[in-house]
Design a protein around this ligand. Structure first.
Ligand SMILES: O=C(O)CCC(=O)C(=O)O
Length: 289
């Protein structure tokens, strides 16, 4: 992909040579008082001594240095990737394509598509209500609040979800108690930039994300430093295509230092299910507000 770049404006302009000072002024005592270009300012293409009736370019230092937009990195091979070490700590993802083999994944996808009680939630932003561009369902003993939506506790785990949770626990060594399911019905469904950093997830949350169905791009961008004042133009970016049966683990400072999204696609896409297993901690009084 061609690299986009932010060009600095080169400041300067076409200027006339300084006009000769009238006789009788202090400057007129100098060696030359004429409309010839002053020594040192004569452009190369003007013959020495040629009247300086033409304008020439006066260069001024650029006000900002050229900054390149870093190229988006792609993670599409199995492995553990350290994304960054700062500011909060190590951010790490672990990509496991084929965690569920494709035949099993086909069957699981169909079961979940049919059996999960999918629903469309609405957000209220600045007094305006709008529906999320995807369907969701929450499982867990505790409620989950994100973007001012509260998903009520739902302890009725589907047996297929229980089986998947156990497989991921065996693989990762973590014990998950909650699950947010997302159904992207087609290319128009998406989730916007966000981090999974709600207080109920604790510090350095571990998220295990399992995908079924159509491949969609999971995009990540590093949060800008304080000096950048929320400007994301020059931050590091990553693209991770998540396909049928792929597991992606996010760990360490990933939620603190990075954001992620699944953008809409321009070309048609079939349905995709994403399961994000999480660990939710109860508040001391047992209720998350
Ligand atoms: O669908 C995905 O891969 C990501 C879902 C997600 O970002 C979330 O549930 O917080």
């Amino acid at each position: 992909m061609a690299q986009r770049r932010q060009r600095a404006r080169v400041q300067g302009g076409w200027a006339s040579a300084p006009a000769a000072k009238p006789a009788g002024t202090a400057a007129s005592k100098g060696p030359v008082a004429s409309n010839l270009c002053p020594a040192g300012t004569t452009p190369a293409w003007l013959r020495k001594g040629q009247p300086c009736s033409q304008k020439h370019f006066v260069f001024e230092k650029p006000s900002e240095v050229e900054r390149r937009v870093p190229e988006t990195g792609v993670i599409d091979k199995p492995g553990v990737y350290e994304l960054s070490k700062a500011p909060t700590g190590i951010s790490r993802v672990h990509l496991v394509p084929g965690f569920i083999d494709s035949q099993q994944a086909d069957w699981i996808f169909e079961q979940l598509l049919q059996d999960i009680p999918w629903g469309q939630r609405a957000h209220i932003r600045q007094g305006v209500s709008f529906e999320e561009p995807r369907l969701t369902c929450w499982y867990g003993e505790l409620p989950y609040t994100y973007s001012r939506i509260t998903m009520q506790p739902n302890p009725n785990w589907h047996p297929v979800l229980n089986m998947l949770k156990e497989r991921i626990e065996l693989f990762s060594g973590y014990t998950f108690n909650s699950l947010l399911c997302n159904l992207y019905r087609d290319e128009k469904d998406s989730v916007d930039w966000h981090s999974d950093h709600e207080p109920s997830l604790g510090t350095n949350p571990v998220i295990a994300s399992l995908s079924f169905g159509a491949t969609r791009n999971f995009e990540m961008r590093k949060k800008p430093s304080q000096e950048e004042n929320g400007d994301y133009r020059f931050v590091e970016r990553l693209r991770i295509p998540l396909d049928h049966g792929t597991l992606l683990m996010m760990e360490g400072a990933t939620q603190e230092d990075w954001q992620h999204r699944v953008p809409k696609e321009y070309h048609s896409r079939a349905a995709r299910i994403n399961l994000t297993f999480r660990i939710i901690y109860p508040e001391p009084d047992g209720v998350w507000k």
